[in-house]
Design a protein around this ligand. Structure first.
Ligand code: ADP
Ligand code: MG
Length: 272
């Protein structure tokens, strides 16, 4: 009896824990919006659970069919056919493993320590990494000139992870575009720096944009839909925020906002 009550308490607490971060990643047109309604929270939770249910049920059913066919025909199948069925089974288990890994990744990436980091250093090293990646794929890179020195509140590893996730999305979005282009700029506004990453890729459908930050939401075959949720989690932990906009047929623009460290606030406009 005691165990049953504890289990229920555990489930209830787990549900509350699950709902707490949901508050942060729900938003109108996928812009960070702390005023999301209860309805949105419930809908997002429903979306996550139905995605997990769908993924798990699909691979369990396929695995069951594969094993049933193998068992029923074990004496009829030659070795090559048996190996083929075992290979199919392993592939289905691997897909389940990917799902578990994707969920683990959400917890694994974290902000260990928030510190005052030199924006200039981050910007220089990220631009260099991005330029190499884009050159390999023949994507035109429009980039910002070097900033003056100022400090931001962030964690270097976490910020790199955020920006790499966004860059990967932009690169995947321009894969089928004739003249692919990715633009990276920054802007200083009061006590924030805003980093803008813009692509001329496929864009995000109106119906999809509000789901973009929901874990496991993806429109890409073989992907896991954890890039934006992880980016958003890390930014929230760095007191930052993320906005995403995708005007129809005009690519996607993502903006990351980070706090400038005390004493380094600036009143400067766009840097172009
Ligand atoms: N730059 C972009 N251009 C077009 N669609 C995007 C872009 N960034 C994100 N998305 C949409 O948001 C979804 C979720 O992105 P993400 O969380 O990184 O997961 P994944 O990349 O694994 O699909 C993508 O599947 C895609 O539909
Ligand atoms: Mg991604």
């Amino acid at each position: 009896m005691k165990i049953a009550i504890r289990w229920h308490r555990f489930c209830y607490r787990s549900l509350l824990n699950l709902c707490a971060p949901l508050k942060k990643f729900t938003g109108r047109i996928a812009k960070l919006n702390q005023t999301s309604s209860n309805l949105e929270l419930v809908e997002n939770l429903e979306h996550i659970l139905s995605t997990i249910r769908h993924e798990v049920a699909n691979s369990i059913n396929s695995l069951k069919i594969t094993l049933d066919v193998l068992r029923e025909n074990f004496d009829l199948f030659d070795d090559a056919k048996k190996k083929d069925y075992l290979k199919r089974g392993t592939k289905l288990v691997a897909r389940q493993q990917e799902l578990v890994n994707a969920m683990k990744a959400y917890s694994r990436f974290n902000v260990k320590e928030k510190e005052d980091i030199q924006f200039f250093h981050f910007w220089k090293s990220f631009l260099a990494a991005a330029a190499t990646k884009l050159k390999d794929k023949n994507i035109k890179f429009v980039q910002e000139r070097e900033p003056e020195p100022f400090l931001i509140k962030a964690n270097n590893m976490a910020l790199n992870k955020v920006m790499m996730n966004l860059l990967d999305n932009a690169m995947q979005a321009v894969e089928a575009v004739k003249d692919p282009q990715i633009e990276l700029r920054f802007e200083l506004k009061n006590d924030f720096v805003s980093i803008m990453l813009k692509d001329n890729g496929c864009g995000i459908k109106k119906n999809d944009i509000s789901k973009a930050f929901i874990p496991l939401f993806t429109t890409k075959p073989g992907k896991m839909g954890m890039g934006l949720p992880i980016a958003r989690k890390l930014l929230v932990k760095m007191e930052g925020r993320i906005e995403i906009e995708s005007p129809l047929e005009d690519g996607t623009e993502v903006r990351v906002w980070l706090r400038i460290a005390d004493g380094h606030e600036k009143e400067v406009g766009y840097h172009t």
